[in-house]
Write a protein that binds this ligand. Structure first.
Ligand code: HEC
Ligand code: HEC
Length: 213
């Protein structure tokens, strides 16, 4: 709620902070060892996942990755809630330092454009309008206001989305909507309550079609 209210102000100041982002840097080489040993099978060695249900991590902000890993680690029933049996078992053995290192590794990888882009032009256009303009009638804010016009996100709070697998994105939107993912302070849940299923599908396909920067 707090993030939602302030986001439009915060966005512009964070963009300036971005260039000089001085977040505690993890050890990329150590992170690569962890990623190669445990994570690569599902997220691909360079973090550009080729399996649509597994998110791409390449180029994602380190702060966001660390937060997600900590949220997966939090015990069930504890806030914040991001429950994934798969990821919970992956993060269980990781120390805070391990998480920072592996996040630094993925953040340093180059994101690749997605394959398998929808050929449904009308659907992509509907998604494009939602992403950049929202839906004024229903009070849905533009995704671009928090995730950036090119989908690069705004660290530390707003993840990059560009070229993410549509299937993963749609699943997350659905989870937020049903409050089964609740680690967003209610921000995404509020965004989604007024979106139709078709709009969620369209925006997920549009996001997959976005160029990476
Ligand atoms: C067996 C497959 C599998 C392995 C191995 C795996 N992951 Fe995942 N990962 C997933 C899936 C599936 C999700 C989506 C979980 C969800 O939200 O339901 C995910 C989600 C994530 C996310 C959240 C991404 C986002 O955009 O919010 C991060 C970060 C992540 N994984 C990092 C890792 C790291 C680091 C490792 C290795 C220590 C790892 N994963 C190993 C399958 C895997
Ligand atoms: C007011 C700010 C705000 C707006 C507007 C917003 N988001 Fe988000 N979004 C967030 C925040 C904050 C998170 C990260 C929550 C967390 O820490 O897990 C997020 C997370 C997400 C995620 C999860 C990413 C991942 O890798 O798991 C997706 C997908 C997403 N947003 C899509 C959208 C779409 C589509 C729209 C437009 C319909 C939108 N967002 C509008 C703030 C916003």
């Amino acid at each position: 709620m707090k993030i939602l209210k302030n986001s439009f102000v915060v966005v512009s100041t964070l963009v300036i902070a971005l260039s000089s982002s001085a977040f505690a840097a993890g050890d990329v080489a150590r992170g690569q060892e962890i990623a190669a040993g445990v994570c690569a099978g599902c997220h691909n060695p360079d973090g550009n996942s080729i399996i649509p249900i597994n998110p791409s991590l390449a180029g994602q902000h380190a702060e966001y990755i660390i937060k997600q890993l900590m949220d997966f680690k939090a015990k069930e029933g504890e806030k914040p809630n991001r429950n994934s049996p798969v990821m919970a078992s992956m993060v269980a053995p990781l120390s805070q330092q391990d998480m920072e290192d592996v996040a630094a590794f993925y953040a340093a990888q180059t994101p690749e454009p997605a394959g398998n882009i929808s050929s449904d032009e009308d659907l992509l256009e509907m998604g494009r309008i939602m992403y950049h303009g929202g839906n004024i009638e229903n009070g849905v804010p533009a995704c671009a206001s928090c995730h950036g016009p090119t989908g690069t996100g705004i660290p530390p709070h707003y993840p990059a989305l560009a070229a993410q697998h549509a299937e993963y994105t749609y699943t997350q939107l659905d989870l937020f909507n049903k409050a089964e993912r609740g680690n967003d302070n209610g921000v995404m849940q509020k965004v989604l309550t007024r979106m139709s299923g078709a709009e969620k599908r369209a925006v997920a396909e549009y996001i997959q079609s976005m160029d990476v920067q």
